[in-house]
Design a protein around this ligand. Sequence first.
Ligand code: DC
Length: 228
Amino acid sequence: MPKKIIIAIDGFSSCGKSTLAKALAAKLAYVFIDTGAMYRAIALYFLRNHISFNDQVAIEKALQHIQLHFAYNSATGKSDMFLNGENVELLIREMKVSSKVSEVAAIGSVREFAVAQQQAMGAQKGIVMDGRDIGTVVFPNAELKIFVTADPAIRANRRFLELQATNPAITMEEVAENLQHRDLIDSTREHSPLRQAADALVLDNSHITREAQFELALNWAHERINLA
Ligand code: DC
């Protein structure tokens, strides 16, 4: 039996990290964990319960009432995010959440809460985890770290096409602005800002197909598994 490793995939919003992570996990029979979904579910809880993002006491209290788990959905072949037992997979992708999630993910106590759970999920290895700080903070010793990037205009266009399917009224400007806003907050925040780990392999997918990206990453994974 080959040894199992941890694959950390980081990068900006809408770079195709999840698509790559999901495909790698399926191929290697690893568990895929979308850490952005966790921050989104926490943001949804805060919005629903009118928790002020500046009120540390209210935030810490709210976190005690948040239970997150993923469960496999055989209809979609993906894992759905559950917040206190409710399937919130679709709700957390809505613009209402997207426009606030970076602010929530910048809160130190929220990150501590999420990171502890992420580390527990990876304790047995055999995971592909995507996010912003996986290779730098959550699993600094991950055997394979991939930093995914793509041209901002290409990212905005991809995200626009994705969102248009469920929200035909959405505009390209709205999507591009939201991406810019999130990139800025994610990379300049005080706690665990998005940055490339020194030992990460960079994958710029602006001009390569999904299949080519997958093959490249899979080769890297096999190399690291053989070394493990
Ligand atoms: O990957 P995503 O767009 O679903 O992430 C949602 C937000 O959460 C985004 O603003 C970045 C933040 N995030 C983070 O700070 N750390 C992670 N490990 C994953 C996501």
